[in-house]
Design a binder for this molecule. Structure first.
Ligand code: CA2
Length: 152
């Protein structure tokens, strides 16, 4: 099948708590790229992959759970940086399991090089994979991996 004939894949992009501060605070840890710039980068990458991205950032666990539930029948994949909820949220993990939508977990920083409490992810076991430590590029690599998986 030629590239032009591929069906469009819709990906829900979720950003968890405090990620709205990207590029505005702690650039030594999280870099100088803003969340808007990451969302634009993803939209451009999605276009190349014959996909589209729908980004949402929330500081509230329930809002993220609601968005995952609402993805059922709307999106074929989920790309998520759950921020600190990665290490605490059984609710987000259960929502991903419930909707059964292929999910890729991404992190800007390498969570395994940081404090021990960041080494465990509740999401990892229900995700198809995890990309951690490549800054904003983690999102781009995660989107590529997710779309590639969905095309198989
Ligand atoms: O490395 C990542 O992407 C994290 O998901 C980021 C979370 C952290 O809790 C995870 O352990 C790893 C924190 C996001 C906070 O983002 C900020 C951005 C700028 C300034 C302050 C916080």
């Amino acid at each position: 099948m030629g590239l032009e004939e591929l069906p469009l894949i819709s990906v829900l992009v979720l950003h968890g708590p405090n990620l709205n501060l990207l590029g505005k605070r702690e650039p030594e840890i999280y870099g100088s790229v803003t969340l808007d710039a990451i969302n634009r980068l993803l939209a451009e990458e999605a276009q190349k992959l014959q996909a589209k991205t729908s980004p949402l950032q929330s500081n509230h666990e329930g809002v993220l759970v609601d968005a995952i539930q609402a993805a059922h029948g709307e999106h074929q994949g989920i790309l998520i940086n759950a921020g600190a909820y990665t290490h605490t949220s059984v609710a987000i993990r259960d929502a991903i399991t419930a909707v059964n939508i292929p999910t890729v977990e991404v992190h800007l920083s390498n969570i395994y090089q940081r404090e021990t409490f960041r080494h465990h992810s509740y999401i990892a076991a229900v995700a198809i994979g995890q990309i951690s430590g490549f800054g904003a590029n983690s999102y781009r690599l995660g989107l590529q991996a997710l779309v590639d998986y969905l095309r198989q």
